[in-house]
Each structure stands twice: as structure tokens, then as C-alpha cells.
Design a protein around this ligand. Structure first.
Ligand code: ADP
Ligand code: MG
Length: 694
């Protein structure tokens, strides 16, 4: 007998080399193996008379071997095993290539079950490389809804089916993390049952039921976590931060613009939260260019003014640097200084210092406003009195990671054991209602739904052919003559292809430099450069050393170059609409009329999708369109969030969210720390590990 915790290494039928492969896939226990779920099923359930078969069908036949021949093929030197199988209705030829075990396992007269695809050649119908099983055996690889598992090198679906079948028969009752009464109320199968349904389904209905159960589990865990966090915020204490009205007024007076109504409202909401005894947990949600930075600056001022520290986290070093610069200039008139602490930069009071000096200074409370990347919370940085954590461009960190950053913020070290920091996140990703309830049920939202008045809408055009492209190049030339600058963006590719990306960008850069804009100065920035190199290039671009900046997706967020008025995006169809809208936000930041050109790749389809951007200026409307077109997985980036696809799909299911939330509330009302539900607590812990911060 084994249990879910039984180690695969203790199972005699799993040999060392196989064990190593399983471990590489992160499968260590029997429970892990059972959680390795099929990604699809082949419907081989019905057994068909041979005479009824037609080429192209996938099916199962049951018959007796009437002929058997095995030998090397003449030309290809492959082992070819050919048999004839007969049932009452007819005979079928079956061929395998390079499958040594077949010839030894079979003889004339063996009764077999075969599942596979029927094809035809000169000699009539045949099956090639079908799944084979002796007829007297239980149906595992043939004759049922056969699960197909995600495979890695050397571990086949056949292996998983075989092992899972053997182990499932020997397993003790599997404990269920979800209480019985909830399952009954929602008509969901037990966990044990749902595993049976997924690995050994009798019909489609069982698979659907099991998927419903998994969907509930994921959402239930998300909600438990969200509600626990909410309770944590409500019961924790934070520094009450009051910003004297006079200081606020003075600060606002020094700004080169007046705040929008939405900015004023957000500032009010944040200051109210900060003044309270419990930590704020708020999301500042505003389109690109809506002016989130200055709102964050007010929050920072409230903390620093009271002698407390503020950490502002950006997703990349380049963005951290930029925040450092914009906050420095916002605060310059009032005399507040800002420090920068990332892997490559340590700026304390305007001077570059060592890492150690920086750490010491932070610990003794000297710098009040510290800008950095998320490493600022992760590493062994101790603060003297950290009262506020601000996370910018939170969507870049991934939605699920917000919880992790929150945990880090709570766990951050400072001299005050009984106080936790206030927490403010900022994002330019508009969050539709279902998603905000699913993921952010535990936090308040301030919306910047109004752009500063001086903004002209960005003129967006699809560039559909070569002639149009040449016209656009001419146009770019003209604008640059007038003193403007332009971005040219190439798509971001998979990380594993980063080198290829660099090569493509370098090649394109050469072409643009020598052939298309020979009289202009063209810079190049890409993801493989060091932070310092990127910063130097961005700096040079801002200083107008370059007319054009060729970039891979690194300029996606936050970068502010008011003189840049054109952005041209190559292979635009490869990006999501929301992401293209982010790119577009890189221009239109100054007083100049700005333009965005979307150039589809050669084989691009679905250009209607891109036309949404020609017509629509609001990030919120675009996000809704993107969500409808591509689903939430694409919207947030499944990989980024760390959540499995299934949960992503279910995020838009309002009913599921509500049900899961109600059940989670019911449980936590009587058992806030899940002490009476150990299996559930364990499942939640595993879930949190799975959606771990990358
Ligand atoms: P985002 O919300 O995208 O982070 P930023 O905070 O970077 O936007 O602001 C974009 C630009 O708009 C900056 O150059 C900033 O100085 C300017 N800005 C912010 N608020 C206003 C305002 N109320 N009126 C005019 N310009 C503003
Ligand atoms: Mg910003």
C-alpha cells in the first residue's frame, strides 16, 4: 500500500534512470505523479469490426494474429514488424517500425487489441505503429478513452499510463483537502474520485466533472489566500502617516502642472488610508501616461515627512533608474532626497557608494526614499523604519506575484517588530471586474480614469504593405527634421531565443542605419545588454544623441522621452492589444502630436484585431477587447503569473469566483488559520509554493 506521500524512489518498478527523469520534471512522490495530468484523450473506447474501417479513422480493433513477420527493411535498415489481425468481419495489416518488443511479445494466435489511425497504401488499409495490448489484459493503452500525457524525453505516455494504473490500484484512500459538506453542496466528486476520472475516464462526462472539481480547487485556494491576506491587513498594525496639509500644498505648488481630478481623488484616498492604524493595501490603476508617479510621490512624502522610510520597487533596473530621476526632480524644490539601490546602482545623496555603505545607511535610517528593484526586499537589507512599500508596474511582476511581494513586504526587516508597511501597487493594466474580484478581493482600488488635459490622442495606423511602409519611412524622416525622435520596436521572443532576438535586432539596426536612414543616427537597445549599458543608451536617446532608437521589448513600460513622437512596431500581430497599447504610451508624453505605426509580419492574419487600436484610445476598452479575444491567460501572461492554464480560464467565470469566495469565507469564519482543516492547509501551502515568485 502506498500513499500520496510515498516517494517514487521507494517503488521497485521505477528504475534509477527513469527516476532521474521524473525528478527532473519535479515529480518526486506518488501524489506528484497523480498530479501529472493528461493534456488530452484519444477516444479509443469503441471496438470496431475490421470490415467497417475507413482510411483516416482513429479506432480500436480486437482480433487474433494470423501472420507475423519481423525483419530489417532493405533500404532504411529499420526493424519492421508486420502482422495480420483478423476478426469475424475481415483482416487488417499492421506495421511497426523499430519496436523491438512487439515481435517477442506476439505469436500467431495471440488475441490482441490495437488502437491507432487507419491509413491506406497500395496493398489496402493498414495501421502503422498503433498502441498494442493483449486482449486478456485490462484496457490501459487501447480500448478506452486513452489519456495522453505531457511527455519529456524518454518518458512516454505509455510509461505514465502503466505506472499510474499500477500505483492507483495500490493506493490507500486519498485524503480530500476540501471538506465533504462543500463537495456535497456543490455536487463535486471527491479528490480520489476526480483523479480516477482524469486518469481512467469512462466517458467525457467524468472528465468534465473532474475538471470542474480542479477549477473549483484552484479558485477556492486563490480565495482562501486572498481572504487570509485581507484578514492579515485588517488585524495588523502600521505606522499612522499624516501629511500636514501645508506640506501637501507646497508640494503641489511646485509641480509644473496642476493635478487632474482623478489624481486628486487618488491622493485623497491614499492619504486617508495612510493615516489609519492598519496597513493600507491599495492598487493604483491608471492608463499609461495618467500620471501615477506623482501620486506615488505624495504617498512617499507622507512617510518621509514623518521620518519613516519608503521603498519604491520597479520591475527593471532601467525603470528604477528612471523613477529615481523623476522623483528626484519632483522633490528637488522641497529638498527631499532620493536614493537608488539596485544590482548595478547605489546612489546615496547623489554619490555612488558601496553596497555595504548603502546597507548600513538604510539600516540606520539615513535615506528615507529608496528606489530599487524587488531585490530590495529580498536581499538582506534591513531598514530602520520601513513604513511604506510602493510597487510600480505591478503587472510586469505578474498578478499572482503581488501576493508574494506583499508577503515580502510584511516580512521586511526593520527596527519595528509590531508594525508592517503600508502597501501600494501601481499598474497600467486595466483590470476587468471579474479578474479584480478573483485576485484582488482583498484590496482597495484607486482609478486614474482621466488623462492630463494637454494630451493629444496618438494617431495610430496599420501599415499594410510595402508602399505604405516606404511612406512611413519618409514621414519619420520629416518628423525627425522637425526635431522629433522615433522608436522602432521588434517583438520580444521567448527567453531561450534571446540570442536570436539580439541577432535579429542587430541585423535590423544595420539595415536601418545603412540603407533606410543613412543620414540619421540610429541607436540600438536590447534585453541582453547590461543595465548600465541600457541606461547609457536610454540616456543618450533622451539627450537626442540618437534620432531613432531600435529596441526589443525593453522599452515596454515606464520609459519617458517626451521628445519622441513616433513609435513603429514591427510584427505587431505578435503582441497582445494591451501590450501594444503600453508601447504606444511611450510616445505622446510631450506637447507634440504623436504617431504609432503597426506593421504586421508577412504572414500575419487577424488584422482586424489590430484595427481596434486604430479606433480606440482608452486602455480600458482595449483591455476588454483583448480579454474577449484572447482570454485572461494571454491577458496576464500565464507564464508570468505562474498559474496553470485551467485557473486562468476560470478567472472569467464570475459564478465560480463567487461560489469559491463564499465557501472560503464560510471556512475561515470558524477556522481562520485552517487548524481544523490540516489537509486544506497543506494544499494551500503547496499551492503557494507553486505560484512562487520567480
Ligand atoms: P504613468 O501613469 O504612465 O506612470 P507618469 O507618472 O510617468 O505616467 O506621467 C506621465 C507624464 O505626465 C510625466 O511626464 C508627468 O510629469 C506628466 N504628468 C503627470 N501628471 C500630470 C498632470 N496632471 N498634468 C500634466 N502632466 C502630468
Ligand atoms: Mg509609470
Amino acid at each position: 500500500m502506498s500513499s500520496l506521500d510515498t516517494l517514487l524512489s521507494s517503488i521497485p518498478s521505477i528504475k534509477k534512470p527513469v527516476l532521474a527523469k521524473l525528478q527532473n520534471m519535479g515529480l518526486l512522490t506518488v501524489g506528484d505523479l497523480f498530479s501529472h495530468l493528461p493534456h488530452r484523450y484519444e477516444d479509443y473506447a469503441t471496438i470496431r469490426p475490421i470490415a467497417s474501417l475507413a482510411a483516416g479513422e482513429k479506432c480500436t480493433v480486437l482480433g487474433t494474429v494470423t501472420k507475423l513477420h519481423s525483419g530489417k527493411s532493405f533500404r532504411k535498415r529499420m526493424l519492421v514488424t508486420e502482422i495480420s489481425v483478423a476478426d469475424d468481419s475481415g483482416t487488417l495489416r499492421v506495421v511497426w517500425f523499430n519496436q523491438r518488443f512487439i515481435a517477442t511479445a506476439l505469436k500467431v494466435g495471440s488475441a490482441v487489441r490495437l488502437s491507432g489511425k487507419v491509413t491506406a497504401d497500395k496493398g489496402g488499409l493498414l495501421m502503422t505503429n498503433p498502441e498494442l495490448e493483449r486482449a486478456e489484459r485490462d484496457a490501459t493503452h487501447t480500448g478506452r478513452l486513452v489519456p495522453v500525457y505531457p511527455e519529456t524525453r524518454g518518458l512516454t505516455s505509455r510509461f505514465f499510463r502503466w505506472q499510474i494504473t499500477a500505483l492507483f490500484q495500490k493506493i490507500k484512500a486519498i485524503p480530500d483537502p476540501v471538506p465533504q459538506e462543500i463537495l456535497e453542496r456543490l455536487h463535486l466528486p471527491s479528490y480520489h474520485q476526480s483523479l480516477r476520472y482524469l486518469h481512467f475516464p469512462k466517458n467525457e462526462k467524468e472528465i468534465l466533472l473532474a475538471e470542474k472539481r480542479s477549477a473549483f480547487d484552484e479558485m477556492f485556494l486563490v480565495q482562501l489566500k486572498a481572504l487570509q491576506l485581507k484578514a492579515l491587513f485588517e488585524t495588523s498594525l502600521a505606522e499612522s502617516l499624516e501629511l500636514p496639509p501645508q506640506i501637501l500644498e507646497n508640494f503641489i505648488e511646485t509641480l509644473p502642472f496642476s493635478l487632474t481630478g482623478a489624481q486628486k481623488k487618488a491622493v485623497g484616498e491614499i492619504l486617508d488610508d495612510l493615516a489609519g492604524p492598519h496597513p493600507m493595501n491599495r492598487l493604483l490603476n491608471g492608463d499609461v501616461g495618467s500620471g501615477k508617479t506623482v501620486v506615488a510621490a505624495v504617498a512617499a512624502l507622507a512617510a518621509a515627512g514623518q521620518g519613516c522610510q519608503v521603498a519604491l520597487l520597479a520591475p527593471t533596473e532601467v525603470l528604477a533608474r528612471q523613477h529615481f530621476e523623476s522623483l528626484s526632480s519632483l522633490f528637488a524644490p522641497g529638498g527631499e532626497t532620493v536614493s537608488l539601490f539596485t544590482g548595478s546602482y547605489r546612489l546615496l545623496d547623489g554619490k555612488t557608494v558601496t553596497r555595504k555603505t548603502m546597507q548600513k545607511a538604510i539600516e540606520s535610517g539615513i535615506p528615507k526614499i529608496i528606489v530599487g528593484t524587488h531585490a530590495l526586499l529580498q536581499e538582506d537589507v534591513r531598514f530602520q523604519k520601513l513604513a511604506l512599500v510602493i510597487v510600480d508596474e505591478q503587472h510586469r511582476f505578474g498578478v499572482a506575484q503581488r501576493a508574494k511581494l506583499q508577503d515580502m513586504s510584511f516580512g521586511s526587516q526593520d527596527g519595528q517588530a509590531d508594525r508592517v508597511p503600508h502597501f501600494l501597487t501601481m499598474t497600467a493594466t486595466p483590470i476587468p471586474r471579474t479578474l479584480s474580484l478573483a485576485f484582488f478581493g482583498n484590496l482597495e482600488i484607486s482609478l486614474l480614469d482621466e488623462l492630463p488635459k494637454n494630451r493629444k490622442p496618438i494617431i495610430t495606423k496599420l501599415v499594410k504593405n510595402q508602399t505604405a511602409r516606404e511612406k512611413v519611412y519618409q514621414f519619420i524622416n520629416q518628423e525627425i527634421k522637425k526635431g522629433r525622435q522615433a522608436f522602432i520596436i521588434f517583438p520580444l521572443v521567448e527567453e531561450s531565443l534571446a540570442l536570436k532576438e539580439v541577432k535579429a535586432a542587430v541585423k535590423e539596426h544595420e539595415k536601418l542605419t545603412h540603407k533606410i536612414f543613412p543620414h540619421l543616427s540610429v541607436g540600438l537597445i536590447h534585453g541582453k545588454l547590461k543595465a548600465k549599458e541600457k541606461e547609457d543608451i536610454m540616456h543618450a536617446f533622451r539627450e537626442k544623441d540618437y534620432d531613432i532608437l531600435v529596441a526589443t521589448a525593453v522599452v515596454e513600460v515606464g520609459v519617458d522621452v517626451p521628445n519622441a513622437s513616433i513609435i513603429l512596431i514591427e510584427e505587431a500581430e505578435r503582441f497582445g492589444l494591451a501590450q501594444l497599447h503600453q508601447f504606444r504610451g511611450r510616445v505622446g508624453r510631450g506637447e507634440h502630436q504623436s504617431y504609432c505605426f503597426l506593421v504586421p509580419g508577412e504572414n500575419a492574419k487577424n488584422l482586424e484585431r489590430l484595427e481596434v487600436l486604430e479606433k480606440e484610445a482608452s486602455g480600458f476598452a482595449i483591455a476588454e477587447a483583448d480579454l474577449a479575444l484572447r482570454g485572461p491567460g494571454a491577458f496576464f501572461g500565464t507564464r508570468q503569473s505562474g498559474l496553470p492554464d485551467i485557473a486562468m480560464e476560470n478567472l472569467t467565470n464570475m459564478k465560480l469566483v463567487t461560489i469559491a469566495r463564499d465557501e472560503a469565507k464560510g471556512i475561515l469564519a470558524n477556522d481562520p488559520h485552517l487548524e481544523k482543516h490540516p489537509a486544506l492547509r497543506e494544499a494551500l501551502k503547496r499551492f503557494e509554493e507553486r505560484v512562487h515568485f520567480e
